[in-house]
Write a protein that binds this ligand. Structure first.
Ligand SMILES: [Zn+2]
Length: 216
């Protein structure tokens, strides 16, 4: 029987494969993490393709980013800082995914938030997806840029960079990344068909009311 840590390590690797197979990351880009305990986080290492992650490669850090455990040759990404921002500020959030999905990243580069209410599931699950201000990777600029959205959102575009999602567990963080990219792709496709059309306000209100029904 696998213990909790082994299960979590395996799940992170599966999510890595999905990100890779869906073209949400290129080369060694992107990173995935999950809260393991009150003081420990498991994170994908730097320099490894998310399509080829193996459980033993994951590194264990504390909430300050100090390495607690890492196999030889593996160390955390400098982008782990934005993950730790979520874990430190939002105790109920236990998973974070960062990727560069092409449609989402195109909007992030254009500098356009995904704030149109286009279809029921995304209105219920996500609402608008804001754009977090540009920051240089590895500095505190990206974690700081998340500040306005903490406790309000679970998905943001990172200006001129990519996307970041989080959730109650690492699987929901991953699902939010899929939803975000789907919304970006739909927005793009609808625009190619002469322009996206928002749901009428009273329909949006009905969907927002359903959120509590779905426990969101
Ligand atoms: Zn990145």
């Amino acid at each position: 029987m696998e213990n909790h840590e082994q299960q979590l390590r395996r799940l992170i690797c599966e999510i890595g494969k999905n990100l890779f197979n869906k073209d949400f990351v290129a080369a060694n880009d992107g990173n995935i993490s999950a809260r393991l305990s009150a003081t420990e986080v498991l994170a994908s290492p730097t320099g490894v393709s998310k399509g080829y992650l193996e459980p033993h490669m994951l590194v264990k850090v504390n909430l300050q980013g100090d390495i607690l455990e890492a196999a030889e040759g593996y160390r955390p990404s400098t982008e782990v800082k934005m993950h730790l921002k979520i874990y430190n500020e939002l105790p109920e959030m236990n998973g974070v995914v960062h990727a560069h999905p092409p449609y989402s990243t195109a909007f992030a580069i254009k500098g356009e938030a995904l704030d149109k209410m286009l279809m029921p599931e995304s209105v219920i699950a996500m609402g608008d997806i804001p754009l977090a201000k540009y920051g240089t990777p590895s500095t505190n600029e990206i974690p700081d840029s998340l500040e306005p959205f903490l406790g309000k959102k679970t998905a943001v575009l990172l200006e001129s960079h990519g996307a970041l999602t989080w959730g109650k567990d690492v699987m929901s963080a991953y699902m939010n990344m899929e939803r975000l990219e789907f919304t970006a792709k739909l927005t793009y496709l609808a625009r190619m068909l002469d322009g996206e059309r928002e749901l009428p306000q009273h329909r949006i209100d009905e969907l927002v009311a359903l959120r509590s029904f779905y426990g969101m």
